[in-house]
Write a protein that binds this ligand. Structure first.
Ligand SMILES: [Mn+2]
Length: 463
């Protein structure tokens, strides 16, 4: 293995031995080109970006695919390929039995993931925090696991910020508490090494050094009435508050504002988001990526995650993964186009979405959002929904399949509902597969089994 410098250490506890032996096995099976398969969400793309950067530094060629999920047809087509080494990132732990069917004397399988493993199989190499008794739901992301491998092999901390992008994308950062577990270790490493700075601030798109008017216009989570997606609305608000649009020949940014101007702006935004619950998302920790130039949307790690997410949802997963790996210029411009398309689609869906309420569950029936967006729609609704514990979104997916996205609302989380367990059980009952995290999970079931799925869901929630 390449020599790594004995620099700053991460406190990994029992994960350290698992990491070391995984890195060793991985390094000794690096027969290029490597087949890399990653998940299409922001964490999956960050994770792929870290692994691409690792392979590039090791001078190893690779073939990348970004996928929604693993299923038999995909594994079947991978089996027909002639690659010797396959890496699955931010997915695979729930499909270890399926992946073991891909393994053979000529194909070695590696999984770098943070979802709860379904089973273990000696034919498949797994790097997963749950194997060390750590909680992959909140303590580390898929990108974090990829970073641990990267750091173990190269001793270089420069990809630490990308692992935090993944953790932010997977909502592992909690208001008030910030990051926990290994995420926190990685954050501290990134701060010590001068890559990241954290401060409490207004959480607008692009962060404190981004042009303020664009920042306001591009903030969609939460949606700000009359501002989100409206450049004239954003411009009018800034002028109304007596804030100059430009200082000299550069755009005014959030960091140029006086405390008083910032307070006025915050008050105005809180008024427009409609509820105090949603307004909470406007203020919190801002993570500044110090190696990105001022004025780049990537300088704010949350916005970096937003951009990757948009790429993944709109069919630009490869662009997102390359962006996360460190590629810029044309790649960033293309990612910004995906973001614009994504925002437009999202606001259209949210404007006309119909919700069916049954008991303490709110259903969004299929036909309203595409399968790569239904999770986001469910997430946005879950933040403000009062009369349900669980939001269940359906979308038509590959032939004959319904994709399900489940999110807990505040009351559902207070009731300690475990969506991973719930979706795993109910989708199995309906002849499908599912799982994920406590607060957010997903499944795929055959279209004609929707009723059976709902029956199983209610019997679990009422039992
Ligand atoms: Mn993830």
């Amino acid at each position: 293995m390449p020599l790594k410098e004995e620099g700053a250490k991460l406190n990994l506890g029992p994960l350290k031995d698992i990491l070391r032996s995984f890195a060793h096995d991985f390094y000794s099976s690096l027969n290029p080109p490597i087949r890399l398969i990653s998940h299409l969400d922001a964490d999956g793309l960050s994770s792929a970006g870290v692994l691409i950067s690792l392979l590039r530094k090791l001078n190893i060629s690779f073939h990348l695919s970004i996928v929604k999920y693993l299923n038999e047809p995909l594994i079947k087509s991978l089996r027909q390929e002639s690659y010797a080494t396959y890496i699955f990132s931010d997915l695979g732990s729930g499909d270890i039995e399926l992946l073991s069917t891909l393994s053979s004397s000529r194909k070695r399988i590696f999984i770098v993931d943070h979802h709860k493993p379904s089973s273990l199989d000696n034919e498949v190499n797994v790097l997963n925090p749950f194997l060390a008794g750590l909680n992959g739901d909140i303590e580390i992301s898929g990108a974090g696991m990829s970073f641990l491998l990267y750091y173990e092999m190269l001793g270089d901390p420069s990809m630490a910020p990308i692992s935090l992008v993944g953790a932010l994308g997977d909502l592992q950062e909690k208001e008030g508490n910030g990051f926990m577990g290994i995420n926190k270790e990685i954050l501290n490493l990134a701060i010590r090494e001068g890559y990241v700075e954290v401060r409490p601030d207004l959480k607008l798109f692009g962060g404190p050094n981004y042009p303020l008017v664009s920042s306001l216009e591009r903030t969609v989570d939460p949606l700000i009435e009359g501002i989100s997606d409206s450049s004239s609305g954003a411009l009018t608000l800034v002028e109304k508050l007596g804030i100059p649009i430009k200082i000299g020949d550069r755009w005014t940014t959030l960091s140029d504002l006086t405390e008083e101007q910032k307070r006025d702006l915050a008050n105005e935004l809180v008024k427009r988001v409609g509820s105090l619950e949603k307004a909470k998302y406007l203020i919190g920790n801002v993570y500044i990526y110090l190696k990105e130039p001022k004025g780049s949307p990537l300088r704010d790690l949350s916005s970096f995650a937003t951009l990757l997410n948009a790429c993944g949802r709109m069919g630009g997963g490869n662009v997102g993964a390359l962006l996360a790996s460190g590629l810029r210029e044309g790649t960033l411009a293309r990612a910004m186009e995906f973001l614009q398309l994504y925002r437009r689609t999202l606001s259209e869906v949210l404007r006309r979405v119909k919700v069916r309420i049954s008991g303490r569950v709110a259903f969004i029936d299929e036909g309203q959002a595409r399968d790569t967006m239904i999770g986001t729609i469910a997430s946005i609704l879950s933040k403000s929904f009062k009369n349900a514990d669980v939001i269940i979104g359906y979308a038509n997916s590959d032939e004959g399949i319904i994709k399900i996205s489940a999110r807990l609302t505040k009351s559902g989380s207070d009731r300690l509902i475990d969506l991973d367990e719930l979706l795993r059980m109910a989708s199995k009952e309906a002849g499908g597969v599912g799982g994920g995290h406590k607060m957010a999970a997903g499944a795929q079931i055959p279209r004609e089994r929707k009723e059976i799925f709902e029956k199983a869901l209610f019997s679990y929630l009422e039992g």
